[in-house]
Design a protein around this ligand. Structure first.
Ligand code: NAP
Length: 308
């Protein structure tokens, strides 16, 4: 099998991976970034990013990612679409199989991010695309003038609920506690929005459907045991994320939730393999922290390669 050789291979094309790519290629290291789907990661499903410094008034997630991509390609970063099937640590050399082809490199940066977590309620999977969604920006416009529900109490749920009021006649926000986890500014916006009805202390217990798709959501109040039917024909689950690390096959140590064990220096349990962004154990998951991680991972990889 003929193989391609690089100094660094970055897995994942979100903010962490692209920043790592920018730093590595600017340091004149032969770098390949491999992305399974489309460049930009979770930011491609975000509307307005209000906390990325330098953009008062906010910037659209996909637009920001397009600028990231232009910027790292400007420094000569090579990108490819493909799925990493295997990573082998051969000491000074790492071997990757991407879509059946062999790639060799000196250092690997894993920046695969995370996927939305499923609720785990019966019928959820079968109703994806027929009422159930994990992305308000992708699917919100399909729910004009109808009642819908957002499940969760974090930043994503709050942003999605606010965004969805543009389309829906009403948005139920179902949260399992009586206090939101979302940041204060988003909490205030949610609670002030007349189109949003909070359904506190409640969890989804069932989904009703017919041949058109979702017709109602059954929820249970976890404090009183009271059951309620919500007349929602759309359900946007925003109950957190799951790191994309299953494909690693145990090559680096993971914590109990599947996040790659790596500190602020991005070093994993294997020398020459670094983890950046949402797939790593970190205290904050933001574009800014992903960007910071990408920069650290690339400079650590550069140092490792130069000391080889
Ligand atoms: P998150 O902060 O982990 O919040 C998940 C929410 O879902 C929590 O309210 C949680 O309830 C609830 N939940 C979890 N499992 C559940 C289940 N099985 N059933 C019902 N509810 C469940 O996730 P996120 O909102 O996706 O945010 C992920 C990270 O991205 C966070 O660090 C967040 O700050 C960041 N983010 C930031 C922005 C921004 O700055 N603009 C936007 C989006 C996301 P509990 O509260 O009871 O745990």
């Amino acid at each position: 099998m003929s193989s391609q050789e690089y100094d660094i291979i970055i897995i994942g094309g979100g903010p962490a991976g692209m920043t790592a790519g920018l730093y590595a290629s600017r340091a004149e290291l032969k770098t390949l970034l491999v992305e399974k789907m489309i460049m930009g990661g979770q930011m491609m499903t975000t509307t307005m990013v209000e906390n990325w410094p330098g953009y008062p008034g906010g910037i659209d997630g996909p637009e920001l990612m397009m600028r990231f991509q232009e910027h790292c390609v400007e420094f000569g970063l090579e990108t490819t679409t493909g799925e990493v099937e295997k990573i082998e640590d051969q000491g000074a050399q790492k071997r990757l199989v991407i879509d059946g082809k062999e790639y060799l490199c000196k250092a690997v940066i894993i920046a695969t991010g995370a996927n939305p977590r499923k609720l785990g309620v019966e019928g959820e999977e079968a109703l994806v695309g027929r009422g159930v969604s994990y992305c308000a920006t992708c699917d919100g416009a399909f729910f004009r003038n109808v009642p819908i529900a957002v499940i969760g109490g974090g930043d994503t749920a709050a942003e999605e609920a606010i965004f969805l009021t543009r389309f829906a006649s009403k948005v139920y926000m179902v949260h399992r506690r009586d206090e939101l986890r979302a940041t204060k500014i988003l909490q205030t916006r949610v609670l002030k929005n007349e189109k949003i009805e909070m359904v506190w202390d409640s969890v989804v217990t069932g989904l009703d459907s017919d041949n058109t798709g979702l017709t109602a959501i059954q929820v249970e109040n976890v404090k009183t045991g009271e059951m309620r039917e919500l007349d929602a024909v759309g359900m946007f689950a925003a109950v957190g994320v799951t790191p994309i690390t299953g494909f690693l096959g145990g090559i680096v140590a993971l914590d109990d939730s599947g996040y790659i064990k790596a500190g602020e220096d991005t070093h994993t349990s294997v020398e020459g393999i670094y983890a950046a962004g949402d797939c790593r154990t970190n205290v904050l998951k933001q574009v800014s922290t992903a960007v910071g991680d990408g920069a650290v991972a690339a400079t650590q990889a550069e140092k490792y390669i130069s000391e080889m």
